[in-house]
Each structure stands twice: as structure tokens, then as C-alpha cells.
Design a protein around this ligand. Structure first.
Ligand code: HEM
Length: 302
């Protein structure tokens, strides 16, 4: 048994350094968000991948939190540091338990290991140090260079789970896969001048307008690993021709009633799992779990 690493705690410290935190009652990263409620209906093929209860039964209630990346309270939705966007999903299970997904809008990650992620975050304040780091780490270079346009809506963005999980079905067959969430409204983005013209919180008013016209829907998909795909390294996207299984439809009905206090109280954890889904060998999952705990404990989450 390896002793708990200090790296997740240090990553939270690196976020604080970047965002002038900690900010009272708020997350260390993805600090600004909005919560919606709705339901999830599993697709007919979901059970082929996993025996997980929410992938095998009737509809279950969900709570979704959309967020912007930088944990700066005054950050506007159109700021460059607002990308990648986040989408966290909590499924409320029939037995009273729950399970979470924590996704973002970039298909990959700037680092493959917690140590590299810490070094990447620490390099960011100084452009020369950052560029030197990126020259030695192609995943960081790819992330920095990737276009990060502002979406028309949280409902016109696609979201990626990045770190692979191991799914096991009722026959005991296991496969590695990564989550992705595809918007029914299609992916749509603003031009820089359109972004500039938007109000600082336009993504929230936009959602209000959209919800008045009906539900917001997304398809939850599992992208399956094939022989040779690295299931321990979320920094590299798998080729787009990998087989996928539709796990079901997330359908959002309204803003969650609870407001700011509920956002503070709620802790999403990427390894809050149920039988039929287990972490893959990616070292980031354990580091994420520890870091989210540090951040949630200090804001007084439940
Ligand atoms: C080692 C890698 C990572 C570390 C250390 C890390 C750390 C954190 C921390 C400390 C939080 C705040 C949690 C809280 O206060 O409740 C957070 C939130 C979040 N992270 Fe990560 N993260 C990592 C990788 C990722 C990846 C790969 C994704 C996307 C696939 C992601 C997406 C998010 C999202 C969406 C949130 C907001 C969750 C919410 O709405 O409560 N993170 N992360």
C-alpha cells in the first residue's frame, strides 16, 4: 500500500495560486456553475456494457452542474479561462445511493500523470516556463494550442470523461471505455466578436430561455477501447473510429431549486461509482478523488 500522495493537495494549492484563491465556500477550480435537474433514461444497448443499476432499469433522476474552468468569482462566461467547460452529473439510484460523472469540454488533458499536471499548473504563470514545459510535453502543447471557442450554450457543447473506466456486464465480460456526452442541439460556438457582445453571465440567461421552450437533451455515450489503446493515459484522445455504445439520454427539465447553498454542499467525485463500473488503471483517477476531497472539505461540502 502506497502512502497518500501530497500531490493532489499541491494541485489544489496550484489552482489557488492561479485563481487568487481559496474563495470562501467555492470550488478550487470550476468555481462558477449552475445546476439543473432532470432524468436519465438508459438506452437499449447499455446493459451490454455494464450491469450498473442506472444503465439497466427505468428512468432515474439526475442533477447536472455546468461550470466554467477558472475559479475566479468575477469570471465572465466568455473569458478565455472559462474553457474548458465542465459538466458533472449525479444519478440518484433506486436504492437511495448515487453515482457521478465528471466531464469537461476538451477531449484529452494537458498531462498524463498527477506529477506532470502539478508541474503544468505551476508553469502557467510564466510564459517562458510554460513554453519550455510544453516543448517537453506534447499533451500540454496540444491542450494550449487547441481552439477553445465559447459555446452558444452549455447545451451546444460536447463533454468528455477523459479517464477510462472498466465496465462489466451481467455475463461478467469487462471492457474499458471513456464517457462522452453529445448535445442533441448540436455543437455550436460563437465567433470572438459575438462572444465579446454577450453579457458576462449570458450562458445562464441562455439556459433559462432554452428551458422555457422544452427539455435540454444529451446522449451519453461510451467510447470503447480496442487492443493497443492506452487506458491509463487520459491525455491522448483515442481515434474517432473507435466503437461506441449509446448508454442513454440525459434530459434536463429546469434549474435545480436549491440555488447557491446546494452548489456549495454538493460534492461530485469521479470515483463515486456503482457495481458494474470500476476505475481503470489511470493514476489521475485516484489523484482527482483526493484533490476533490481537499477542495470540497474546505468549502464545507456535505
Ligand atoms: C489529476 C487531475 C485532476 C485534478 C487534480 C482535478 C482537480 C479538481 C478539483 C480540486 C476540483 C474541485 C472539486 C470540488 O471542490 O468539489 C475539480 C472540479 C472539477 N473537475 Fe477536475 N481535476 C482533474 C482532472 C479533471 C478532468 C480530467 C476533468 C474532466 C474530464 C475534470 C473536470 C472537472 C469538473 C467538471 C469539475 C467541477 C465539478 C463540479 O461541478 O463540482 N477534472 N477538479
Amino acid at each position: 500500500q502506497t502512502p497518500p500522495s501530497r500531490v493532489p493537495q499541491q494541485i489544489v494549492g496550484a489552482f489557488d495560486n492561479l485563481f487568487a484563491g481559496p474563495h470562501e465556500g467555492r470550488r478550487a477550480v470550476h468555481g462558477n456553475g449552475i445546476m439543473l435537474e432532470g432524468s436519465f433514461v438508459p438506452g437499449p444497448n447499455a446493459a451490454r456494457l455494464s450491469r450498473a443499476v442506472h444503465l439497466n432499469g427505468g428512468p432515474v433522476p439526475v442533477l447536472v452542474r455546468f461550470s466554467d474552468f477558472a475559479a475566479v468569482p468575477s469570471l465572465s462566461n466568455g473569458a478565455p479561462e472559462a474553457s474548458p467547460r465542465g459538466m458533472a452529473v449525479r444519478f440518484m439510484l433506486p436504492d437511495g445511493g448515487d453515482t457521478d460523472l465528471v466531464l469537461h469540454s476538451y477531449n484529452g488533458f494537458p498531462a498524463a500523470t498527477p506529477d506532470d499536471f502539478l508541474a503544468f499548473l505551476r508553469s502557467l504563470p510564466n510564459s517562458a516556463v510554460r513554453d519550455a514545459f510544453a516543448a517537453r510535453h506534447p499533451a500540454a502543447r496540444r491542450f494550449l494550442d487547441a481552439p477553445k471557442p465559447t459555446p452558444v450554450s452549455y447545451a451546444t457543447e460536447a463533454y468528455f470523461g477523459v479517464n477510462a473506466f472498466r465496465f462489466t456486464n451481467a455475463e461478467g465480460q469487462s471492457r474499458y471505455a471513456r464517457y462522452r456526452v453529445i448535445p442533441h442541439a448540436g455543437q455550436a460556438y460563437l465567433s470572438p466578436s459575438e462572444t465579446e457582445a454577450r453579457a458576462p453571465d449570458f450562458l445562464i440567461t441562455e439556459l433559462a430561455g432554452r428551458l422555457a421552450h422544452g427539455r435540454i437533451r444529451f446522449t451519453l455515450v461510451a467510447q470503447l477501447a480496442v487492443e493497443g489503446d492506452d487506458v491509463a493515459d487520459g491525455s491522448v484522445a483515442w481515434p474517432s473510429d473507435r466503437p461506441t455504445i449509446e448508454l442513454g439520454t440525459i434530459s434536463l427539465r429546469a434549474f435545480a431549486q436549491e440555488g447557491d447553498a446546494a452548489q456549495r454542499a454538493l460534492r461530485f467525485v469521479p470515483t463515486n461509482l456503482v457495481g458494474g463500473i470500476a476505475p481503470g488503471p489511470d493514476p489521475m483517477l485516484a489523484a482527482r478523488t483526493q484533490a476533490y476531497r481537499v477542495s470540497a472539505d474546505r468549502r464545507g461540502a456535505e
